[in-house]
Each structure stands twice: as structure tokens, then as C-alpha cells.
Design a binder for this molecule. Structure first.
Ligand code: 5AD
Ligand code: SF4
Length: 482
């Protein structure tokens, strides 16, 4: 890892910009820092930033990278949008994610009018859609900076351009094969962290916009990933979440291919690292090798998120998922027999074009047979540019809602039943925070992702505790130290 502090000191902002991309970005951080200092003097106070994240864990990790750069530049974190630099890291996986951003952007207009130092940035998946950028250019002129998913690493450089000129700065890349290592990050939790192991997706499920906004699959080199984890562990991290749209195809396109299971085996060796999580797995790529490695691992958590999307083989084909109902059931069975205590969770889409009652009953059937520990259920949302958006037989809203409610009821009943089996057992719990409602309690997480509240204090945060689970409250437990 490059020593950030030293890099900042060594930089001559009047000299030529370095060729190495990481160093170039530090050069721009130093340059932006000078502008921010000047503005601080004018304002007579520190300038503040606020990063609002929308969407998935991948975006949450990007948000930490944005915050890392902004802190280096000299901004201090604000608690809300009354800040000098507000950036929205957007999501576009479903339509309502987009609507939220437009709503909040409207609200920012009034705040900006009152603060001459305020700048507004937008980045993330939504910005990769040209019609979105056109709409912002036309109707949201108070936005200062727009960039996308492929050039998040360029924030410092773009900030400099924004601070030097008085018009909207837009920089959207269509795709990239570039992965820039070693930039600063500002972690939300001291003891756990997300880690990108790959970017992009090659699967083109017909409903999904991700491959269009996140580009083609690119894996980071194992040595870069391991090095990052070791640095994090030295800094107090005990739990990591490996992030990728399809972690099971990790490493296939590296110059020296490495399987995801092999990568996990390398991580198992890292001293001080206690828990490894990962998401998301695509059923079509989940190997026997992975199941074997998971089953014998002491660190990989007993939780697997395995999106089903639909239980109907006909719809799965229409969705381009490349597995059918039987194959999914077989895979889930194999995983459960290798690890009887595994918690299986899933994603399900209701109302995909052409979904019939019979298709829906197939989905319910899989839910009942697999007995998922939890499921994220979504009503299909039409995304412009995806194949399914052009399918004619879209499902009426009321039909989709009715199926959605029936599905949710089933999912919740099963989840409740599954969660209750741990009553009176003793479990290892990683303490995450002081309980929000009752400060005499702390909240922690079991390996299988269930939450437990038990008496404790702030000093326990980030430590592993043995907890007796006293009472199951549906989706969480009340316990006490064993
Ligand atoms: N409509 C509804 N849900 C979607 N997802 C992805 N695209 C769509 C869409 N167009 C869901 C899938 C995926 C999860 C992250 O979001 O279930 O697994
Ligand atoms: Fe979207 Fe399918 Fe890729 Fe997941 S695997 S991100 S659902 S295209």
C-alpha cells in the first residue's frame, strides 16, 4: 500500500502531473486541497461534504471511496445535505431508485441558493444512461458535476476541473478495463469492510440494466485483493464482504486465471481475519469446488445469497438466467446437504413480462421447497434499453401486487420458522453497534446473518462474543452473554 500521507507531502502541484494513475489522482487531491483551503479562508470556516448513497453494497463501497478522496481534499463530513459539497451516488436497477434522486435534487435547489460555496455532484449507475444526463442538463441546472461508474477514481481530478470553471462538468465513460488501486477510502465501520473483487457483469439477464451501466466483467488480481485485506486487517477489520455482481465467475479473465474458491482459500490464511462474506452468486456458475471450500472453511460465513429470480423454467429462459427450476432445486439441495446449518437467501422478481399464475405458482413452489431464510422480493420494473422492456405482455400492476403480497406472506412465514430454530443455543456474535432504541443493548450479527440484541456497551463493538440466544422475535434474537 502506498503511504498516503507521504504521497500528499511529496507532491509539487506546480510541477507536471505524474503518469501513474494513482499518483496522478493524489496530485489532483493536492491541487483541489489548495482550492478548498482558499475557499475556507473566504468562508471563515471548514467546508463540509455529504455523500448520499443509493442502491447496492457495491455502491456503498464506492461511496467510501468518494468520502476518502473528499477527506483528503480537506472537506469534513456533514450529517445531512446542508453541506458545501453534496454528492449522490445513484442506482438505477429499478425505476423508483431514479425517482428518489430527482425528488431530492429538487430539494437541493433551495439549499444551494442560500450557500455560495455549495457544489452538487452526481455519479453512479443512473449517470451511465444518456437520457438521464440529458434530463439533468435541461432541468437540473444547479448540478455542478456528473460522472459515472467507470471513472469514480477520477473524483479528485474532476473536482479540480469543477472548482476551476463555472459550468457543469460532465465526464461519462462507456466502459473501461482500468482498475486503479490504492486510492484513499473512508470506511463506515472500523471492524468490517466491503472489498471489490470484480467489477461489471457479462450475463445480460433480460430485465437487468447492470451490464449496461457497469460494463464488462473485470477481476482484480488476487495479490492486490489480498494486499488490501491485509492492510484492512492491520487497521482493525475482522469481517470482510467480497463484492461482485457475479463472484462465481471471478478470475476467469485474468492473465493467470484463478477460481473464486481458490481466492477464498488464500484469504483463509490471513491471520487476524475472522469472517468472510461474499455476494452475489449466480446459480449457473456456483461450483462444487466452492461448496467444498465453504464447507471446510472456518472463516467463510454460513450464509449464501443465491438469487432465484423466478421458479418457472419458462420464465427463467425468458430472463436468460441459464438454469431451470430443477437445476436450482438440485443446487440448493447440494449446498444444504454439504452445510446443513447454512442460511440461504435469495432475490425474486414478480411480474416479469408474460408471468402467468402458473409461473407464479412455480416460484412459490421453489420458495416452499428450498425454505429460504430470507428473500428480497421485487416487482418487475421496466428498464429502458433492456430486452424485456420491449416485451409486449407486461403484467398489470394489480396482478403483480397481488402475487407480490402472496409471495411475501409465504417468505415471511418460512423465514420466521427458520430463524426460530436457534433458540437456546450459544452462538458467536460480532458486535456491530450500540442498539439504536435501547442504549443498554448492543446489536451484533451471527455467521448466518441473523441479528442479535443483548446487554453490552460500546467497548464491545468489533469484538466477537459468545451469546446465548434467549428469545426469537421473528427475524432477530434477544440474548445474553454466555
Ligand atoms: N426489476 C425488478 N427487479 C430487478 N432486479 C434487477 N433488475 C430488476 C428489474 N428490472 C433485482 C434482481 C436482482 C436484484 C439486485 O435486483 O432480483 O437480483
Ligand atoms: Fe443483472 Fe443478471 Fe448481471 Fe445480476 S447477473 S447484475 S441480475 S445481469
Amino acid at each position: 500500500m502506498l503511504e498516503n500521507k507521504d504521497i500528499m507531502k511529496e507532491i509539487d502541484i506546480n510541477g507536471i502531473e505524474p503518469a501513474d494513475e494513482t499518483k496522478r489522482q493524489y496530485y489532483y487531491m493536492a491541487k483541489a486541497a489548495k482550492y478548498i483551503k482558499e475557499q475556507e479562508e473566504q468562508a471563515g470556516r471548514k467546508l463540509t461534504y455529504y455523500v448520499q448513497n443509493f442502491g447496492c453494497q457495491m455502491n456503498a463501497r464506492d461511496a467510501e471511496k468518494l468520502a476518502g478522496v473528499l477527506e483528503k481534499i480537506g472537506y469534513v463530513e456533514a450529517q445531512d445535505e446542508n453541506a458545501d459539497f453534496v454528492i449522490y451516488n445513484t442506482c438505477t436497477v429499478r425505476e423508483n431508485a431514479n425517482l428518489k434522486v430527482y425528488g431530492r435534487l429538487g430539494h437541493l435547489r433551495g439549499i444551494k441558493r442560500k450557500n455560495p460555496f455549495m457544489r452538487i455532484g452526481l455519479c453512479g449507475c443512473m449517470m451511465q444512461e444518456s437520457q438521464v444526463v440529458e434530463k439533468i442538463k435541461k432541468s437540473y441546472r444547479h448540478v455542478d458535476l456528473i460522472f459515472g461508474t467507470h471513472n469514480v477514481f477520477k473524483l479528485a481530478e474532476l473536482m479540480v476541473t469543477m472548482l476551476e470553471q463555472n459550468q457543469m462538468v460532465i465526464d461519462i465513460w462507456q466502459d473501461t478495463d482500468k482498475i486503479v488501486e490504492d486510492l484513499p477510502t473512508e470506511r463506515k465501520y472500523k471492524f468490517k469492510s466491503g472489498i471489490n473483487i470484480m467489477f461489471g457483469c457479462n450475463n445480460f439477464c433480460t430485465y437487468c440494466i447492470v451490464p449496461y451501466v457497469r460494463g464488462r466483467e473485470r477481476s482484480r488480481k488476487p495479490e492486490d485483493i489480498i494486499r488490501e485485506i491485509k492492510t484492512l486487517v492491520a487497521d482493525g477489520v475482522v469481517e470482510i464482504m467480497l463484492l461482485g455482481q457475479n463472484v462465481n465467475s471471478y478470475g476467469k479473465n485474468l492473465d493467470e486465471p484463478v477460481s473464486f474458491a481458490k481466492l477464498l482459500e488464500m484469504m483463509e490464511e490471513i491471520e487476524g481475519l475472522e469472517r468472510i462474506r461474499f455476494m452475489t452468486s449466480h446459480p449457473k456458475d456456483l461450483s462444487d469446488e466452492l461448496i467444498e471450500v465453504m464447507a471446510k472453511s472456518k472463516k467463510i460465513c454460513r450464509h449464501l445469497h443465491l438469487p432465484l429470480q423466478s421458479g418457472s423454467s419458462r420464465l427463467l429462459k425468458e430472463m436468460n438466467r441459464r438454469y431451470d427450476k430443477e437445476q436450482y432445486l438440485k443446487l440448493a439441495g447440494k449446498i444444504k446437504s454439504a452445510m446443513p446449518d447454512i442460511s440461504l437467501t435469495t432475490d425474486i422478481i414478480i411480474g416479469f413480462p408474460g408471468e402467468t399464475e402458473e409461473d407464479f405458482l412455480d416460484t412459490l413452489d421453489v420458495v416452499k421447497k428450498v425454505e429460504f431464510d430470507n428473500a428480497f422480493t421485487f416487482i418487475y420494473s421496466k428498464r429502458t434499453g433492456t430486452p424485456a422492456a420491449t416485451y409486449e405482455n407486461q403484467v398489470p400492476e394489480d396482478v403483480a401486487k397481488d402475487r407480490f403480497n402472496r409471495l411475501l406472506k409465504e417468505v415471511q412465514e418460512i423465514a420466521r420458522k427458520k430463524a426460530s430454530v436457534y433458540e437456546n443455543t450459544i452462538q458467536q456474535v460480532l458486535v456491530e453497534e450500540v442498539n439504536e432504541q435501547d442504549s443498554a443493548l448492543v446489536t451484533g450479527r451471527m455467521s448466518n446473518n441473523l441479528l442479535v440484541h443483548f446487554p453490552g456497551d460500546e467497548s464491545m463493538i468489533g469484538t466477537m462474543q459468545e451469546v446465548k440466544l434467549k428469545e426469537c422475535k421473528g427475524f432477530y434474537y434477544i440474548g445474553e452473554q454466555a
